[in-house]
Design a protein around this ligand. Structure first.
Ligand SMILES: Cc1ncc(COP(=O)(O)O)c(C=O)c1O
Length: 379
């Protein structure tokens, strides 16, 4: 049966509980499971690091909504990334990363994986020829973020998948900003999709989590082995909250997009704003590609403020309804200064972000209230 996105998000992996009929998977707060004789597992569960029924429900649902063969849930997005990279890379391998990757992803490469012997090069993912030219014989992964955090750059997933596959490398797509509702990388050729489920998938700023979705069962099996061997799994309560968020992803995303479009309109005509970065704008260099591979353009908006760093910081400090804080993708609107907050770890690197940049995670509050707050914050 070819079910729609919303149906999968609400039902995939979530049969009514066989014992009680509970329509929502219970929180299996349990570490171990009684065996019927040595090795006689009742329903495949033996120890909750290896598998837990609440986590299984989330993992099956994630695989379904991303159109992949296997989903795996982790304690955080970075735990998912680390597990993936230590599964598919070995010391001596090389990875291409976006030249404006999320600061924490960059730090993982620069401070952790490089010491382990995996080298990396930042590349402008919007330029497919530049990516092809940067591939080396030892390149194992092309790491894609699209839209990127925080500059909202767009990469052509299908084109980069063929660059990766021609080179015998894997294409990994961090789909955190778009969410599976707006963009489905597996259908475009990605081998693995990464999520910080902390963001749109969870959607309520109440849980930290991560996910991997493998396109093939074979790679999914290798990742599952490492998930258990490395142990950075999502706990049952976190898995339950994340699954609860995932059920309403589609309706939330549509409202995030509606509100973001109105915010972009306001910013684009504001005298204190020198540039608006949003892939929905026709003048955005990635607009055509985004229109091809995304359902809509998302809830993240960045902009540059006339007057430089101090002026940008002032806008962040003056906002009231837009809460000053890191993270994104929750129902409440957030504002932040990437240079001093989320992307401070990229300072002095090729991934340093402009000092006059402000990033918004546009929430689903009444849009008039959001516009009024931004107008007063801009002064
Ligand atoms: C695009 C992106 N990928 C990955 C991560 C890391 O996820 P987590 O914070 O859940 O470890 C983040 C966090 O902000 C992110 O924005």
């Amino acid at each position: 049966m070819n079910e729609g996105f919303e149906t999968l998000a609400i039902h995939a992996g979530q049969e009514a509980d066989p014992h009680t009929g509970a329509v929502v998977p219970p929180i299996y707060a349990v570490s171990t499971y009684k065996q019927d004789g040595v090795g006689g597992l009742r329903s495949g569960y033996e120890y909750s690091r290896s598998a837990n029924p609440t986590r299984t429900a989330l993992e099956e649902c994630l695989a379904a909504v991303e159109g992949g063969a296997r989903g795996l849930a982790f304690a955080s997005g970075l735990a998912a990334e680390d597990t993936l990279l230590r599964t598919v890379c070995a010391p001596g391998d090389h990875v291409l990363i976006p030249d404006d990757a999320y600061g924490g992803t960059f730090r993982l490469f620069a401070k952790v994986l490089e010491r382990w012997g995996v080298s990396y090069d930042p590349v402008p993912l919007g330029d497919v020829d530049a990516v092809r030219a940067a591939v080396r014989p030892e390149t194992k992964v092309i790491w894609v973020e699209t839209p990127t955090n925080p500059l909202l750059g767009i990469a052509d997933i299908a084109a980069l998948a063929s660059v990766a596959h021609d080179a015998g490398a894997l294409l990994v797509v961090d789909n955190t900003f778009a969410s599976p509702y707006l963009q489905q990388p597996v259908a475009l050729g990605a081998d693995v999709v990464v999520h910080s489920t902390t963001k749109y998938v969870g959607g309520h700023s109440d849980v930290v989590g991560g996910a991997l979705v493998a396109a093939s069962a074979e790679l999914g099996e290798r990742l599952a082995y490492h998930q258990n061997a490395m142990g950075a799994v999502a706990g049952p309560f976190d898995a339950w909250l994340t699954l609860r968020g995932l059920k309403t992803l589609a309706v939330r995303m549509d409202r995030h997009c509606d509100n973001a479009e109105r915010v972009v309109e306001l910013l684009a005509s504001h005298p204190k704003v020198t540039q608006v970065l949003y892939p929905g704008l026709p003048e955005h260099p990635g607009h055509e590609v985004a229109a091809k591979q995304m359902r809509r353009f998302g809830g993240m908006v960045s902009f540059r403020v006339a007057g430089g760093e101090e002026a940008a910081v002032e806008v962040c400090n003056r906002a009231k309804l837009f809460t000053l804080g890191e993270s994104l993708g929750g129902v409440e609107s957030l504002i932040e200064h990437p240079g001093r907050m989320t992307h401070a770890s990229a300072a002095g690197s090729p991934l340093e972000v402009p000092a006059d940049l402000v990033r918004l995670s546009v929430g689903i509050e009444t849009v008039g209230d959001l516009l009024a707050d931004l107008s007063q914050a801009l002064g």
